[in-house]
Design a protein around this ligand. Structure first.
Ligand code: AMP
Length: 549
């Protein structure tokens, strides 16, 4: 296994094989077999562009050979920062085909995150759009290439000006040739953790694990070749990519329709025009879609099921999804680290509205633990621990963190508070980890705090999530000033100058005399969060509320 990864426990790996969870499949060979089976059926729709399974596989062959000619080799890591587009799956499968490991990052990530990911993965390549939503990604990539010694190759979706050392993706093209099959137990790609630590950690997902996850999710959700999936959230999310998402739909022989973003109007048009049958969105987007559905003239009659997950879904909102969109709601508790728990089509309404369903695999082991690590009695609320055939065994190159993130016997500590109902359904009750979930985006409080502390006007700081009707939570910075109090916009600008992604910037600033502390002398974030539930401050410290994507 790739150096820096934690291999699975041997006995458990053997049992996963014996039980048929791990079948020795790899994603590249799977695409080939889907192309044989579904041949001229439509695999991808992206605006005016439509691609059959055969054409997708052929494109992947040419891209794979092209990447190889441009110097990428099996085992190399490549940061992939592509917006939702046909190129996303094509590039990913081409990299799988030559055994190169993509590191999926979000289009919203900036210098701070990209530098970290390139360094941590020792990336040799970086695939990016020339420009996206007004941001000059190429300019950033050229800087990264200067700063990160391992980074040699830039591949660009869009135009590259003369004299710039980067390769347009359309020139990554060579005659197909055979490559050694990737090892099924090897890392297929890296996903990013939502992060309790300062910067995202890399989550290795193996061919064995991911092919199993998508096969099981397809079966659980009853996806067939008649299904049309709308990829509305970023494709680099585990939710969109494989829960069952893009990879699952292709596995079933269905069609993936690609939306640029989850804007209701565009998505509703696509649902109507392409006969979309299922999609996946976060609660914030569900709320917007419900509001739009009240007046929209688009017909959503083909929609069978909408998955909502990634952040807590209030029961009142959950109850409105089915009637409002004319389909079934499927609640999804998903972790990028692995475990997927979904409500089922056959579940009664009460279960669909009030629970996050069941794990998709009989191989998923769940424990509810007290602070001291001991299992709690049935029905009690405690930390959710899990291990199973598609859940990671360790973060990449993070030995120290792995000591605390996993139990001795390999259970992953989710940092979520949960209980299990007598019928076996999972209910997420809150969380322990210091992460703010802003409209589905995960923000590490520690990361934002460490950047704010470098500002000369900030003596001490605590960043907490405060409730928000629309986003679920917003980022509030409690600051003890050093001299004249800073303004919210100054702090936001400073963080932007550090290269932090926009969604992490504080929405609200509260300047206070001292941070409250607990009996143990730690900053009392519970008290600060409770304080954040009090009426809004004056407009000068308030940032306009922005939609997430
Ligand atoms: P990520 O790895 O970025 O997908 O984030 C996973 C985390 O999102 C989980 O550990 C939970 O904290 C949160 N999460 C995901 N789905 C749900 C859900 N349905 N309800 C509540 N929290 C959720």
């Amino acid at each position: 296994m790739l150096d820096g990864c934690t291999p699975p426990d041997e006995a458990r790996a053997a049992s996963y094989r014996e039980k048929g969870y791990w079948r020795g499949e790899n994603l590249s060979a799977l695409l080939r077999s889907w192309a044989h089976r579904h041949d001229t059926a439509t695999a991808l729709v992206d605006g005016e562009r439509r691609l059959t399974y055969r054409a997708l596989d052929q494109w992947v062959d040419r891209l794979a050979a092209g990447f190889r000619e441009h110097g990428l080799e099996a085992g190399d890591r490549v940061v992939v920062q592509l917006p939702n587009s046909m190129e996303f799956p094509a590039v990913s499968f081409a990299l799988f085909r030559i055994g190169v490991i993509p590191v999926f990052t979000l289009a919203s990530h900036r210098a701070h995150e990209i530098r970290h990911l390139c360094e941590l993965s020792a990336a040799r390549g970086y695939v990016l759009p020339a420009r996206h939503r007004g941001f000059d990604h190429l300019g950033l990539a050229l800087r990264m290439k200067d700063e990160v010694p391992s980074l040699r190759h830039l591949f660009v979706l869009g135009d590259v000006p003369d004299g710039v050392e980067a390769t347009p993706l359309r020139e990554v093209d060579a005659d197909p040739r055979p490559f050694p099959e990737p090892d099924p137990s090897e890392v297929a790609f890296f996903l990013l953790s939502g992060g309790t630590t300062a910067l995202p950690k890399l989550i290795p997902r193996t061919h064995d694990g991911y092919t199993y996850q998508t096969r099981t999710a397809v079966d659980f959700c009853g996806i067939t070749e008649k299904d049309v999936y709308l990829a509305a959230l970023p494709m680099g999310f585990n939710f969109t990519w494989g829960s069952p998402g893009v990879v699952g739909t292709l596995r079933a022989g269905g069609t993936v329709v690609i939306a640029e973003d989850p804007t209701a109007d565009d998505c509703f048009r696509l649902i109507e025009e392409e006969g979309v049958t299922f999609t996946s969105i976060v609660p914030t987007v569900a709320q917007l879609w419900l509001e739009t559905a009240e007046w929209s003239t688009h017909r959503l009659t083909t929609l069978r099921s909408v998955q909502v997950g990634g952040a807590p879904l209030p029961a009142a909102l959950a109850a409105r999804v089915g009637p409002g969109l004319g389909c079934r709601l499927q609640q999804v508790f998903g972790t990028t680290e692995g475990l997927l728990s979904l409500t089922h089509d056959d579940d009664p309404q009460d279960v669909v509205v009030h629970t996050q369903g069941r794990p998709i695999s009989p191989g998923d082991e769940l424990r509810i633990a007290a602070d001291d690590g001991h299992d709690l009695p049935a029905g009690a609320i405690g930390e959710l621990l899990t291990r199973g055939p598609y859940t990671l065994h360790g973060y990449y190159r993070a030995e120290e963190h792995n000591q605390v993130a996993f139990t001795q016997d390999g259970f992953y500590r989710t940092g979520d508070l949960a209980r299990i109902t007598p019928e076996g359904h999972l209910v997420i009750e809150g969380r322990i980890k210091d992460v703010i979930v802003r409209g589905g985006d995960k923000i590490s409080a520690g990361e934002v705090e460490s950047h704010l502390l470098t500002h000369p006007a900030v003596a001490r700081v605590a960043v907490v999530g405060i409730p928000d009707d629309y986003l679920g939570e917003r980022v509030c910075a409690y600051v003890v000033a050093d001299g004249a109090p800073p303004a919210l916009n100054d702090l936001r600008q400073a963080l932007q100058d550090h290269g932090l992604a926009d969604y992490k910037l504080p929405d609200r600033l509260e300047v206070i005399d001292a941070l409250p502390v607990t009996g143990l002398g730690k900053v009392d974030k519970k008290r600060l969060a409770a304080r954040g539930r009090t009426p809004e401050p004056t407009p000068s410290t308030e940032e306009p509320r922005g939609a997430r994507r």
